[in-house]
Design a protein around this ligand. Structure first.
Ligand code: SF4
Length: 343
């Protein structure tokens, strides 16, 4: 039987009151529904106890509140929690909850699988299966928020998938996180990460929301970048530098450059010097990401000494950089690993 009910988290917040009125949920009761969904983050309409039984039945007859469920949870001693989420069609995605002293960050997925197939990543091993809906992207946040003892303060769109291949749904999700009463996450606390897709990256200039932007560069030359990101539609290094220059001047914001460090591939002193020369003069900061080991992938992280040397060379050129702490190693916290183990 075809299910004609609409996922509630697929509806933009400004349209929700009218949609509720249309099914007979009137006036202040529609505010109640918004509160139950976004402030209290309930998992079912039955929990909306300030509404009458009839109103709850009307809601359940017209909308779906949860379109995914936590299938597995893995906890690391460093407090990182990784969720494997089952979607209504049986497919799985992952999200990772990262509690820190001053913030709690959720890393969300935007696609099932990924068409980009980066050489170091488990998510791309079997290519793309489908895009996630806005409701499924926001649903990851709601499921994690219910499981978390602290408020989710930050979102990074860096999980499974290339967000610019699902741009409209991603922008709609950012709009909900930023504007829904009870969430209201600042745009500087939402990070959108991309490899830089030709013909799509420029969409950010006319996007309805301007979150922080991170670009995965991973190499100072096109030849090396093609080995690490073997995707026909990935922009070349010079095009990415030109984009960053334009972004700095038109949007007026810094770009984070992501650089995964792979032993014997892109982490030598020569590559550090080349990267620094490439990035000089741009408003950027570099996130150096030692590879999280993936059993199916033969690359490894460089030694701590090699990682520190790479960072030092960037600093000598005045390039702001940080080495991202490896978190959740033993719970397969690298992108796509948990899902890989489940298929
Ligand atoms: S690192 Fe990101 S873009 Fe690359 S294959 Fe994995 S999910 Fe896709």
């Amino acid at each position: 039987m075809v299910n004609l009910r609409c996922a509630l988290y697929d509806i933009p917040i400004v349209e929700l009151p009218a949609r509720l009125v249309a099914i007979g949920i009137k006036g202040f009761k529609s505010n109640e529904v918004v509160k139950w969904c976004y402030e209290r983050k309930v998992a079912s309409f039955a929990e909306m106890t300030t509404l009458s039984l009839t109103e709850r039945e009307i809601l359940a007859g017209n909308f779906i509140l949860t379109t995914l469920s936590i299938e597995q949870e893995h906890r690391s001693p460093d407090a990182t929690r990784k969720f494997l989420l089952r979607l209504s069609d049986g497919k799985c995605v992952e999200s990772v909850l990262i509690p820190e002293s001053d913030r709690t960050t959720l890393c969300v997925s935007t696609q099932v699988g990924c068409p980009v197939r980066c050489a170091f990543c488990a998510s791309g091993l079997y290519g793309l299966q489908r895009n996630l809906t806005c409701g499924e992207i926001v649903g990851q946040f709601m499921a994690a928020a219910r499981a978390s003892t602290t408020r989710l303060s930050n979102v990074v769109i860096m999980g499974m998938g290339e967000p610019f291949y699902n741009f409209e749904a991603v922008m709609q999700a950012i709009g909900l996180w930023h504007t829904a009463p009870g969430l209201e996450i600042g745009l500087r606390k939402i990070t959108l990460s991309t490899i830089g897709v030709a013909g799509l990256l420029d969409k950010i200039f006319s996007a309805p929301w301007q979150p922080k932007l991170a670009i995965s560069l991973h190499a100072p030359s096109d030849d090396l970048r093609r080995v690490i990101i073997p995707h026909d539609h990935a922009l070349g290094v010079r095009e990415i530098i030109a984009f960053i220059r334009r972004y700095n001047s038109e949007i007026g914001q810094r770009v984070t450059v992501e650089y995964v460090l792979l032993d014997k591939l892109n982490a030598s002193a020569a590559e550090a010097h080349a990267l620094a020369r490439l990035l000089r003069g741009l408003d950027i900061k570099v996130n150096l990401i030692p590879l999280n080991p993936v059993a199916e992938i033969s690359y490894a992280a460089p030694s701590p000494t090699a990682i520190a040397r790479f960072a030092d060379i960037l600093s000598q050129y005045g390039i702001t950089n940080m080495i991202r702490a490896q978190r959740g190693d033993h719970i397969s916290a690298a992108c796509g690993q948990l899902r890989l183990n489940s298929i």
